[in-house]
Design a protein around this ligand. Structure first.
Ligand code: GDP
Ligand code: GDP
Length: 438
C-alpha cells in the first residue's frame, strides 16, 4: 500500500518541527531553539497509533528573510503540500496570535479543497487556550489547540487526522483503475505516452513478447493509477473496421472496470456527435472524471479569443453533465497535463468523501430555508432529513413526506448541496424517498 501523506505547514517558528517530532515519537531531535535556522523539508514514515502515514515537515526556513520573502516561501511550501498531501496540518502560534502570513496561507488552503486541520500550537496551559480561539477567524473550521512541547491535545489531533485519512487505500499491485476514452485520433495514445513518460511509470510487458503492454501504471501525488486497456489505446485502428463504433464500444467496456475516467476530445475540432455518444456513456456510468480538450496548441496559435469561444462551446455541449471539468491540454507539448492530473486527483478525493447525517442536515436546513419546495397540488412538501449511502461517488437520500418534488427543485437542491459541501466535480445522485411511517 502507498501510505497517505500528511504535510505540516505554517510560518516559521510556530512549532512545526516540534510537532513533527512529537508525532514521530521522537524528542527534540531536529528542533532548533534559534529562530530561523535553515532546515530542509523532511519526510518520514510514521505510525499514527496503528495507521501508517508519510509525514512531511515543510521546514522552518527563511525567518531571517524579509517579510515578503518569508511569506512567499511559506506560500510555496503550502502549495507544494496541497499538491502532494492527502491531509494538511496547518499550524499557527496561539501565543503570537494570527499573523498576516497565517491569513494568507489560510486563504490558499481554503481554496484548495484539501482536508485541512487547523492547529493552534503552544497552548501549554489552560490559560492559553483562550488565545487559540483567535484562529477560528481564519475560516478553516475547528481549531485544535495543542502543545507540541508538552504533548497536550496530541491525542485529539491524531483522532482528527485519522478521521480524515483516505478511507479507500489501494493495494500497490492494483492501482486505481483509470480509463482513457475518446473517438479515434483525438490523442489518446499521445496523452498516454506523455503521462507514462513524465510520471513515475511502469509498463509491464506481456510475458514472452515485447509488443503490447497489458497494464501500465503511473504514480501521481502518491496515488498509483492503472490505465485500463493500454493495448487498446495504443493499437492503431485497422482500415476496414468501423472504427467509430469500436471506440464507443471500447469506452463502454473500459467504463465498466474504471473508478476514474479521462475523456479526450479534440479541442481544436470541437465536440462532435461521436464525442457526445462517449460523454453520454461517461455521465450515465457515473464514473468520476475529467474531460481533456486536447490539441490546445492549435487553438492558442489561432486567432485571439478563439480559446474562450471554444471552451464556451464545449461547456454548452456538455450541459447534461455540468460538473465535468474541462481542461485544455496539449499532449504534444505537455502543456496542461499536470493540471489535468491534479484535477483527476481532486475529483477522486471528492468522489470518496463521506458526510455525517448532522453535517448534511445542517446544509439542508440552509437550502430549504433559502427556497421552500413548491407545493404538490396544494399539499405541502416536507423534507425531513438527508443521509449518505455507502459507496462512491456520493449518493444521498432525502426523506420526505412522499409528495412530488419537481425536477427544477431537485436541480436546485443538487446545485446548493454541491456548493455547501464543496462537491464541485464528482458525479452524485440524489434520491427522494418517503419517510417510513412510524
Ligand atoms: P518551526 O520553525 O515551525 O518548525 O518551529 P520549531 O518546531 O522549530 O519551534 C520553534 C520554537 O517554538 C522552538 O523554540 C520550540 O521550542 C518552540 N515551541 C514549539 N512548540 C511549542 C509549544 O507547544 N509550546 C511552547 N511554549 N513552545 C513551543
Ligand atoms: P488516438 O487515436 O486517440 O490514440 O490519437 P493519437 O494519439 O494517435 O493522435 C492522433 C493524431 O493527433 C496524431 O497525429 C498526433 O500526433 C496528433 N496529436 C495528438 N495530440 C496532439 C496535440 O496535443 N496537438 C497536436 N497538434 N496534435 C496532436
Amino acid at each position: 500500500m502507498i501510505p497517505p501523506t500528511v504535510a505540516i505547514v505554517g510560518a516559521p517558528n510556530v512549532g512545526k518541527s516540534t510537532l513533527f517530532n512529537r508525532l514521530l515519537g521522537r524528542r527534540r531531535a531536529i528542533v532548533s531553539d534559534v529562530p530561523g535556522v535553515t532546515r530542509d523539508r523532511i519526510n518520514a514514515p510514521c505510525d499514527l497509533y496503528g495507521a501508517a502515514i508519510r509525514l512531511i515537515d515543510t521546514g522552518g526556513v527563511m525567518a531571517r528573510g524579509t517579510g515578503d520573502d518569508m511569506g512567499r516561501k511559506v506560500r510555496d511550501e503550502a502549495l507544494k503540500a496541497v499538491r502532494e498531501a492527502d491531509v494538511i496540518v496547518f499550524v499557527v502560534d496561539a501565543r503570537a496570535g494570527v499573523t498576516a502570513i497565517d491569513t494568507e496561507v489560510a486563504g490558499l488552503l481554503r481554496a484548495s479543497h484539501r482536508p485541512i486541520i487547523l492547529v493552534a500550537n503552544k497552548v501549554d496551559a489552560d490559560s492559553v487556550e483562550i488565545a487559540a480561539l483567535e484562529a477560528y477567524g481564519l475560516g478553516l473550521g475547528e481549531v485544535t489547540a495543542i502543545s507540541s512541547e508538552q504533548g497536550r491535545g496530541i491525542d485529539m489531533l491524531v483522532d482528527r487526522l485519522r478521521a480524515l485519512l483516505p478511507t479507500v487505500t489501494t493495494p500497490v499491485e492494483e492501482g486505481v483503475p483509470i480509463a482513457i476514452v475518446g473517438r479515434p485520433n483525438v490523442g489518446k495514445s499521445s496523452l498516454f505516452n506523455r503521462i507514462v513518460g513524465e510520471e513515475r511509470a511502469l509498463v509491464t510487458p506481456v510475458p514472452g513478447t515485447t509488443r503490447d503492454p497489458v497494464d501500465a501504471f503511473f504514480v501521481h501525488v502518491g496515488v498509483r493509477y492503472r490505465v485500463i486497456d493500454t493495448a487498446g489505446i495504443r493499437r492503431r485502428s485497422g482500415r476496414g473496421e468501423n472504427i467509430e463504433q469500436v471506440s464507443v464500444q471500447k469506452a463502454r467496456e473500459s467504463l465498466d472496470r474504471a473508478k476514474l475516467v479521462l475523456t479526450i476530445v479534440d479541442g481544436h475540432a470541437g465536440v462532435e456527435h461521436q464525442d457526445l455518444a462517449i460523454l453520454g456513456l461517461v455521465a450515465a456510468a457515473r464514473v468520476p472524471g475529467v474531460v481533456a480538450a486536447n490539441k490546445w496548441d492549435l487553438v492558442t496559435s489561432g486567432p485571439p479569443g478563439s480559446a474562450t469561444d471554444r471552451l464556451a462551446a464545449m461547456r454548452a455541449a456538455l450541459r447534461f453533465a455540468p460538473h465535468l471539468p474541462i481542461v485544455p491540454i496539449s499532449a504534444l507539448t505537455g502543456r496542461g497535463v499536470p493540471d489535468l492530473l491534479g484535477l483527476v486527483d481532486r475529483v477522486r478525493l471528492e468522489s470518496e468523501r463521506r458526510f455525517t447525517t448532522p453535517e448534511l442536515n445542517r446544509a439542508f436546513k440552509k437550502i430549504v430555508a433559502e427556497k421552500q419546495p413548491p407545493a404538490d397540488r396544494g399539499r405541502e412538501v416536507r423534507i425531513y432529513y438527508v443521509t449518505q449511502l455507502d459507496g462512491t461517488p456520493p449518493r444521498f437520500v432525502v426523506f420526505s413526506n412522499g409528495r412530488r418534488v419537481p425536477a427544477s427543485y431537485r436541480r436546485f437542491i443538487e446545485g446548493r448541496l454541491r456548493r455547501h459541501l464543496n462537491l464541485e466535480s464528482t458525479p452524485l445522485t440524489l434520491g427522494f424517498r418517503r419517510r417510513p411511517s412510524r
